[in-house]
Each structure stands twice: as C-alpha cells, then as structure tokens.
Design a protein around this ligand. Structure first.
Ligand code: MG
Length: 314
C-alpha cells in the first residue's frame, strides 16, 4: 500500500471523445465474489467488507443471495448479514433464485433484488434445474411479486458470450432471453460473460443486436470476467456503445467454477484505474478499494487476483 510518504503511479487522464462522462460501478464482490470462493467467510467479515465498499464510494453493493444454503453454503448467513448491516446509504441488492428466496428477502426488508437467468439450455438445466423456456415461467412469478411489493428488480443473464458445454451462443438467443426478462418489468439487464471468453467485437455485436431489438444501452449492464485478460477491452467496447453500468468485484473476488482458472470477476480497482485514465467519473476512491482488497486478501489467506492491487503492492 502507498501512503503519504510513498508516491505512487497514477494514470495520466486522457479522455476519449464520444464515451460516457459518468458510469456506475455495480459492486458484486460480497455476493458473486464470496459465493465462488472456497472459504466460508464469517458474517462479521462480510459485513465489514460491505461497509468498506460503501465507504469507498461504490454506489451499489450486491450483498448476498437467498439461494438455498445447500447449493451455496458460503452465503447461508444471508439473513444474519442483512440484520447485521441494517440500513445502508446505498442500494444493497440481494439475489433471489425463486419464490422462497423472495419470501426471505421480503422478510429481511430488502428493497432491491436480482434474478439470475441463463442464455443457454445446458446452463439452465444445470444451474436452475429448468429449461431455456421453463426458466421464464419460474421468474415471472418472482418478478411480478417483487414488483408488486415495490421492489426494484435486476436480471442477470449468464453465459451470454459462450457456454462451456454448448460453445458459441447465438446473439439472437441472448437477445431473446434478455428481452423476455425486460418484458417482465425488470429495470436492468446484466449481460454476463460467465467463462470470460467474450472479446471486444463480440461485445459490440451483442449490444448492436439488442439495439436492433429495441433495447438501448441505458437498460443494460455488462458483467465481465477476466479469465483470458479481456475484461477491460470488453468494458471499452461497452463504453463505445454507450453502456454506463459495469459490474465488478473488489480484488477480483470469485473465481468462476465453470472456467478452469482462478481468475473470475473483473476487479473493481482494475476498472477504477481504467476509468480514471479516461477521465470518466465513477465516485469510487481507488486507494480505499485497494486497501479493502488487501485486507480481504489477508482474511482469505490468498493474494488478490487484481493487476492494480498487485502493482500497488497490496
Ligand atoms: Mg461474475
């Protein structure tokens, strides 16, 4: 870590014409990160992680998931964590896989929820015990009830850029699933590159396909994994298409269980550094995120999967 006595490198700020002036960094570390870490983190440590991320300026922090503890034991303490956190100053969405999950979220007083769909048949079968079409029926009741209760609902679509069992995923299939979820009344669609095989041209082509179907970048978020080192190139492609919400995970928490690599989510600090270089506003304090990453790496007993954290000696 740098301190007042140790000057550290900063990116030179050189804006690129035509890019958005401001973006939202949607922090997923406590949920998507920790659910994919082998270690089960104590609830007090999770609460401190969330509080540190909020203090670092993250404008939204997805905190946990009400998935059945049998499937994700790492997040079995969801209700306990939310009680411990109390009211936060920023939206703190939770994942709800089904109606039972929504019941638990409502009991906990949650205001923002997210559902998690698949762009492919195989992943829908394996992850949701459903089918590509069947998942919609499943989400329809969850989303409708959540909206009726006045909640904000985000929808994730996983495997948008490739599937480990099916290989390539047709653009029109991703658009069809995404449009169906938006038609249910979800406010934002997060397009996930679950195994990290997406590349910049592919990102542009998918965003163009959504545009042709009538969905502009203002309703889309991009969720990249850095498995093959492409995440920031893909963010750049998204910015050039007008996308202004990007998911990221402090320290790159959360290796992907479906990709043979320890590297999963795009690290928040890597995204912050990149946006800083372009002069794009995001409101997040780089030093505070890096300090949080360094602290979390000590808690997990392993180094962070983040180039910026490494470069800054965290
Ligand atoms: Mg992820």
């Amino acid at each position: 870590m740098s301190d007042a006595r140790t000057p550290r490198a900063l990116p030179m700020v050189v804006p690129e014409p035509g890019l958005p002036e401001r973006v939202t960094i949607y922090e997923v570390g406590p949920r998507d990160g920790l659910q994919n870490e082998a270690a089960v983190v104590p609830v007090a440590v999770k609460a401190e992680l969330v509080r540190r991320l909020v203090a670092a300026g993250l404008p939204v922090v997805e905190t946990t998931s009400f998935v059945h503890p049998r499937w994700v034991p790492q997040l079995a303490d969801a209700a306990e964590l939310l009680a411990e956190l109390g009211e936060l100053s920023v939206p703190a969405p939770v994942l709800v896989p089904n109606e039972r999950g929504l019941d638990r979220a409502l009991e906990a007083g949650v205001r923002h929820v997210a559902v998690f769909a698949s762009a492919t048949q195989t992943f829908a079968e394996r992850n949701l015990a459903s089918s590509l079409e069947g998942q919609l029926a499943m989400f329809e009741s969850v989303v409708t009830r959540a909206l009726d209760a006045g909640l904000d609902v985000r929808a994730y679509v996983s495997m948008c850029f490739g599937d480990p069992w099916e290989g390539a995923v047709p653009l029109e299939q991703v658009v069809r699933v995404g449009q169906q979820l938006l038609d249910l009344g979800t406010t934002q669609l997060s397009l996930g590159d679950t195994i990290g095989v997406g590349t910049a041209g592919h990102v542009g082509a998918l965003l163009d396909a959504f545009g042709e179907a009538g969905t502009g970048p203002e309703r889309l978020a991009l969720h990249f994994h850095d498995t093959y080192g492409q995440a920031l190139a893909n963010v750049h492609a998204g910015l050039r298409h007008g996308v202004t919400t990007f998911d990221a995970s402090a320290g790159g928490l959360g290796g992907c269980p479906y990709a043979e690599s320890a590297t999963g989510n795009l690290a928040t600090e890597d995204l912050v550094w990149f946006l800083d270089g372009l002069g794009i506003e995001h409101g997040v304090d780089l030093d505070a995120v890096v300090a949080t990453t360094a602290w979390m790496a000590r808690e997990l007993g392993k180094p962070a999967a983040s180039a910026v954290a490494r470069a800054l000696g965290a």
